[in-house]
Design a protein around this ligand. Structure first.
Ligand SMILES: *[C@@H]1O[C@H](CO)[C@@H](O)[C@H](O)[C@H]1NC(C)=O
Ligand SMILES: *[C@@H]1O[C@H](CO)[C@@H](O)[C@H](O)[C@H]1NC(C)=O
Length: 287
């Protein structure tokens, strides 16, 4: 609008340069498994099909299978659509999680514990910081996760970790370093997924075993999206290019989270006084 064209071209140039610098530490993976992940184990039981849009992981008596993201991230938002093993999936576990390496590793877990035919799946979540886990919360689902694909997301920033199911936050793990609780914030993580067997404990405490005559058990993954900082320097993720860095739950989302926890939570380490006779972990009373 009547402004100096040379000036505005210069401005565009500067803005573009600025945007490129901002994006330098940010990586996006968007839905092509050939480009975004490596199948790391399972000897052919993990398969990328449909031009990279679909990935299936199977489990039989001799092995499960799994994949990992090519990139490592320090903070980000990670989305996956999953369709779980239909029918009798007792003893089997499908996972979608983030983890760093080493004995003092950090980890953010979604695990889906199969069940006997017609019995509900359990969604198991956990957070490890500097090698210490034991922060399980488990949920039922409000839908049958074997009938169709559903969205499972992890959002991880310096102040909180959020677990989402179909866009609804079901769990928030806040940074409580102020009261001495370690929080994952220094180790980059990869995204992992796997299909494996844990018949000793996964289903109804191990009472219901895997029916191997039904193998292979197959879970499907699609629409993987990782928007995260790949640099060790989180400052490289500017506000405009990385909304996940500042994400919090608004009032309505907090209400929904409380409602889901009231209606669907089946285990919470924070109420397990039997397991923690010396007192519940400190983050449990900080709210
Ligand atoms: C999952 O997310 C995609 C993309 O945002 C959306 O189109 C789809 O409806 C979601 N699926 C469910 C079951 O919520
Ligand atoms: C399986 O179904 C039983 C019976 O409904 C339930 O008690 C259990 O929590 C379910 N999930 C697992 C993983 O065992």
């Amino acid at each position: 609008m009547g402004c100096n064209p040379r000036g505005s071209r210069l401005q565009v140039g500067v803005i573009t340069l600025f945007a490129v610098l901002l994006l330098a530490g940010v990586a996006r993976a968007a839905g092509n498994f050939y480009e975004d992940v490596d199948i790391t184990w399972g000897d052919g039981r993990g398969k990328i099909v449909d031009d990279g849009k679909l990935l299936t992981l199977s489990l039989d008596r001799s092995s499960g299978s799994g994949f990992q993201s090519k990139n490592q991230y320090l903070y980000g938002r990670f989305d996956m659509q999953m369709k779980l093993v239909p029918g009798d999936s007792a003893g089997t576990i499908a996972t979608f999680y983030l983890s760093s390496q080493g004995s003092q590793h950090d980890e953010i877990d979604f695990e889906f514990l199969g069940n006997a035919s017609g019995e509900p799946y359990t969604v198991h979540t956990n957070v490890y910081s500097q090698g210490k886990g034991g922060r399980e919360q488990q949920f039922r689902m409000w839908f049958d996760p074997t009938m169709d694909f559903h969205n499972y997301s992890v959002l991880w920033n310096p102040t909180r970790i959020l677990f989402y199911v179909d866009g609804t936050a079901i769990r928030e793990f806040k940074n409580r370093e102020a009261i001495g609780v370690a929080f994952p914030r220094a180790q980059a993580m990869r995204v992992y997924a796997s299909m494996w067997d844990a018949e000793e404990w996964a289903t109804q405490g191990g009472r219901v075993r895997t029916d191997w005559s039904r193998a292979p058990f197959t879970a499907s993954y699609r629409a993987f999206a990782a928007n995260g900082c790949t640099s060790q320097d989180a400052a490289a993720c500017g506000r405009s290019s990385s909304p996940w860095m500042y994400q919090e739950l608004d009032g309505a989302a907090q209400d929904r989270l409380r409602q889901v926890q009231r209606d669907y939570m089946i285990y919470n380490y924070c109420t397990d006084t039997y397991r923690f006779p010396q007192g519940l972990p400190p983050e449990c009373s900080a709210n």
